[in-house]
Write a protein of this length. Sequence first.
Length: 385
Amino acid sequence: MGGGLKRVAILGSTGSIGQQTLEVVRALKDRFCVVALGAGKNVKLLTRQVEEFRPKLLSIQGTGKEEQGRSLLSLVPYSSFLSLEEMACHPDVDLVVVATSGKAGLAPTLAAIRAGKQIALANKEVLVMAGELVMAEAKQYGVEITPIDSEHSAIWQCLRGEYKEKVARLILTASGGPFLRYPMEQLAAITPEQALKHPTWQMGEKVTVDSATLMNKGMEIIEAHWLFNLPLQHINVLIHPESIVHSLVEFADGSVKAQLSSPDMRLPIQYALSYPERLFNPQLPRIDWGRLTSLNFEPPDLTRFPCLRLAMETGEKGGTYPAVLCAADEVAVGLFLSYRIGFLDIARLVEETLEHHQSISHPLLEEILAADVWAREYAENWRAG
């Protein structure tokens, strides 16, 4: 690997996870080198990233980006302009960070797997939409997918050195978001501004709203099922407002292991990049045990959080239902953020879309993508009753 450095491609470099990945790389320049950056709409931020990190490979997604792409190439004359799939399997890349949102991460992840790349995955939808397909490919090509989500990183860390057949259950934690104690009768009037004020984490708009509805936790259950090859019935959720315990693993003898750290995404990002090593980074926060007075846990209220229930049911059904869940939720969150539907309509829209879907068992990639297209069209035309 170039001069002993791990050569990193970041897909979705201008998003929240992408920016925090670059913070980790910036702090550990002797270990990581950015060779590829891919982004979507935020060309101004991508330009600043290109000026600082001088990547050899660039990608801009979306129509009308060709002229902006040529402008970026002029900043780094020796660089190339590629698609995300081409970037993910490029021979100059050692590790691919999949930090895009939605289905945009699926094709590049498959390309990286087939090229035998190390993959650090932050995109939930990749495994929710196509977990069976993706994990089968990873097994075939001998590729380990290292999770970036704090919950899955915690489980992954807890499982190191353990026999997986001795795992009794996985317990994912959730902060509960900004509406954990909110009066039920006022949920319908919640605004996008309120939903985007997460009490613990700094994230992009889509995942922040998903955290408010707990849809993200439901998707994480499905993701954990595929990542750790455990039945969905053995994966539970606990509300943990402090966001210090990121997940727990219970073993056959009743012992429980947990991973604790400050709620900062740079830690799981760094571990996914540096695995199997743990590297010192002075910029990462430490828990102040003298000020930590309590850790609280409670089961989630599925009446308050119907999106969690929908995701759990969808995971059990399988087939193309999870792809429809992802697509309908993405459309619903977009409609909510643009003030076209209410907060409670998110779950209603997703549920009605799922009810009208004719699922296909063990779908091929083209069937998954077709379900995604169908769900988006249905959801866009949905009208609140």
